[in-house]
Design a protein around this ligand. Structure first.
Ligand SMILES: *Cc1c(COP(=O)(O)O)cnc(C)c1O
Length: 429
């Protein structure tokens, strides 16, 4: 369920017609609905009932400050994977005591920033990272709260590029070594091991892999406790998949049931790191048709958004539903078209979808379920500007990231003196 519905034949975000935003800002742009973000958060947290887990929204899914702040207002914490995301979470008002720092490669500066901010825990992914963190914490005269991220060697049965919990993946400390790593952390004065963490991948659509991974983690927690070591929390990561079309997925309630059955009566504080399931269907990418080109083998619909704006189709072979902003005339038989962007790559395609047969240049399309791993993965490839992001709440909309123009980019490219050229004249158009 989302809040992008047709009102009198026109697609609206909550109560705001998409056409109105397009008129004000031009295209393409991302548009997010606050009502959907809030609903998704409430449904997800509600599924856990009295368990009352700490829900640390995975900022990498959509790191716009206004989006993070919308969630912080509901009590969400944040899972960050870089110093930049840490800064964003803090700027959005997430209390440091609700921030978890994950990631396979943290610099000393990032570790220091996290320790100075006083975040809840740093998830450590290798033995050598334990030493590095201890050195940074020692220098600052602080004790670092750490969780050991375990690689459970479980196949999440999702896309290869977002599978993170198999032995051959770079993430986490291998399952057979994690217990010793935890014990070692307990002996380093500048570290305080507080828990275990796991994250097996993203867009996971079955409960089996979750259950296997969580059961391994719970078993290890019990072992560590038997060894006399304190395990206060279990961080179960994110990864719950969402439907991009009609594909079957796991509901938050089924996911919560998998958590409960794997953990049994283990008394541990739970941390969860959902990203996609919170923001995925809360966003659309709005684009304008540039031309409709009849090819020999198919009809191409060329739009002004491209792979640099939304990389998922190119990177993961993802297929997003694409709908016209103005509903097709009643009885019109949809026509299959391949929706492609202007970038000079054959991979710059959003896939073949049914569209109104009368579609013409100037018409608007909405690429659905683009709220997660959309704007955050955008680039300026082909010297294309970074596009605006808009947040809608009820009948209001606000630009929450401005368009980063080509002039903005050129202004940051000084020329070396030996070329004998004057700095690029920025015309400010
Ligand atoms: C990416 C990531 C998440 C979020 O994954 P989703 O599939 O968006 O829920 C959570 N935790 C970690 C450590 C991650 O890397």
């Amino acid at each position: 369920m989302d809040h992008f519905l047709y009102r009198e034949g026109r697609l609206a975000a909550e109560e705001v017609p998409i056409e109105r935003i397009a008129e004000a800002l031009g295209t393409p742009f991302y548009c997010y609905a606050v009502a959907t973000i809030e609903r998704n958060f409430r449904v997800f947290s509600g599924a856990f009932g009295d368990t009352d887990p700490l829900i640390c929204y995975a900022v990498k899914a959509n790191s716009n400050i206004a989006v993070i702040a919308t969630l912080a207002r509901l009590g969400a914490g944040a899972d960050v994977v870089s110093g930049g995301e840490l800064k964003r979470a803090l700027a959005a008002g997430v209390p440091a005591s609700r921030i978890v720092f994950s990631g396979i490669g943290k610099t000393s500066d990032e570790m220091a920033a996290a320790l100075k901010a006083g975040i809840l825990q740093i998830n450590v992914e290798s033995e050598s990272e334990l030493d590095d963190l201890a050195a940074v914490a020692g220098e600052l005269g602080r004790t670092a709260p750490v969780a050991i991220r375990v690689n459970p060697d479980v196949d999440a049965r999702t896309h290869d590029k977002i599978t993170t919990g198999k032995a051959e993946n770079k993430f986490g400390i291998d399952w057979p070594r994690a217990r010793a790593a935890f014990a070692r952390a307990a002996e380093i004065p500048a570290l305080k091991p507080v828990g275990l963490a796991v994250h097996i991948g993203s867009q996971v659509t079955e409960s089996g892999p979750f259950r296997d991974a969580f059961a391994r983690l719970a078993g290890m927690a019990a072992q560590l406790r038997a060894d006399g070591l304190g395990v206060e929390s279990l961080d179960l990561g994110g990864g719950l998949g969402i439907p991009y079309g009609d594909d079957p997925v796991l509901s938050p309630a089924e996911y919560a049931a998998a958590v409960a059955s794997a953990l049994g009566d283990l008394d541990c504080r739970l941390i969860l790191e959902p990203g996609r399931v919170i923001v995925g269907n809360a966003g659309v990418l709005v684009t304008r048709v540039l031309s409709v080109k009849e090819g020999i083998s198919r009809t191409f619909c060329v739009v002004d958004a491209a792979m640099n704006d939304l990389l998922r189709p190119t990177l993961y072979g993802a297929r997003h539903a694409i709908v016209p902003v103005v509903e097709a005339a009643a009885g019109a038989v949809p026509k299959e078209m391949e929706v492609v962007g202007p970038v000079c790559e054959t991979g710059d395609t959003f896939g073949v979808v049914p569209l109104p047969p009368a579609l013409k240049p100037g018409d608007l399309l909405a690429i659905r379920t683009a709220g997660a791993y959309g704007a955050v993965q955008s680039s300026t490839y082909n010297a294309r500007p970074l596009i605006p992001e808009v947040l809608v709440q009820g009948a209001d909309f606000a630009v929450v990231r401005e368009r980063i123009t080509v002039d903005d980019m050129l202004a940051r490219e000084p020329l070396p003196p030996w070329l004998g050229l004057r700095a690029v004249e920025v015309t400010g158009t």
